[in-house]
Design a protein around this ligand. Structure first.
Ligand code: PGA
Length: 255
């Protein structure tokens, strides 16, 4: 298929876990396990762990990301971190629109778009999260909803800027629940995402975009999920906090 046109990316999302000392320890354990991987390896860590993560990952194939960023360059936004601050530290990736940010912290499709644009303009690669709730899946509106989330999130981004975008399909009902989407469900929605990108930017550009699956992906189910033609790796929460499990997923995506 067209998998050769894009790179598989396995990204960990540590959420609100690990101190700087624990970060150094976990990355030291991961480094030898993921060395020589055939996919891109990214760890998105809490802001306060970024310095320790960059230091620990030095000289390895592990790239460091953040979990969120604000859309302004600087200013009176207490508690926020700008995309420029992240690039200044040496961060390469940032997650935007994670469902936990949408559910607990008021992020909307519009603010996700602002954060994504700011991230890309600062030179970061944005891992843009989209996905339906269980209620929405049962209503049969998953495909339309996800297509709309993608369209709004990417509003104003050029075809050139699309090269700095990864889309993560994360069904909300699968996140942290141990209930994974089937490989078929993941493939179906990842195809909808790619078709949406093709409608916006053309088929060739869409074929170059990494589209991940996320939601209880683990060492056991990763193989089947990443084998699907439109699933180019994963965004991993819980299993990215365990060096061995994470490395099994990285190996699955390296095939
Ligand atoms: P999970 O989290 O793997 O723990 O379900 C995925 C995510 O939230 O990105």
């Amino acid at each position: 298929m067209n998998k050769a046109l894009r790179k598989a990316v396995i990204a960990g999302n540590w959420k609100m876990n690990k101190t700087p000392a624990e970060t150094a320890e976990l990355i030291a354990a991961m480094k030898p396990l993921v060395a020589g991987a055939g996919c891109e390896v990214v760890l998105c860590v809490p802001f306060v762990d970024i310095a320790a993560a960059l230091e620990a990952a030095k000289g390895s194939n592990i790239h460091i990301g953040a979990e969120n960023c604000h859309w302004e360059h600087a200013g009176a936004f207490t508690g926020e971190i700008s995309a420029d601050m992240l690039t200044a530290m040496g961060v390469e990736y940032v997650i935007t629109g994670h469902s936990e940010r949408r559910t607990y912290f008021g992020d909307t499709d519009v603010t996700v778009n602002k954060r994504t644009r700011a991230a890309v303009e600062a030179g970061l690669t944005a891992i843009v999260c989209v996905g339906e709730t269980l209620e929405q899946r049962e209503q049969g509106i998953t495909n339309e909803l996800v297509a709309l989330q993608v369209k709004i999130a990417l509003g104003g981004l050029s075809k050139e800027q699309l090269k700095k975008i990864i889309i993560a399909y994360e069904p909300v009902w699968a996140i942290g629940t141990g209930r994974t989407a089937t490989a078929e469900q993941a493939q179906e929605v990842c195809t909808v995402i790619r078709d949406t990108l093709a409608a916006l930017y053309g088929r060739q550009a869409a074929d170059g975009v990494t589209v991940q699956y996320g939601g209880s992906m683990n060492a056991k189910n990763a193989d089947e999920l990443v084998a699907k033609p439109d699933v180019d790796g994963g965004l991993i929460g819980g299993a990215s906090l365990k060096a061995e499990d994470f490395s099994v997923i990285v190996r699955a995506a390296s095939k």
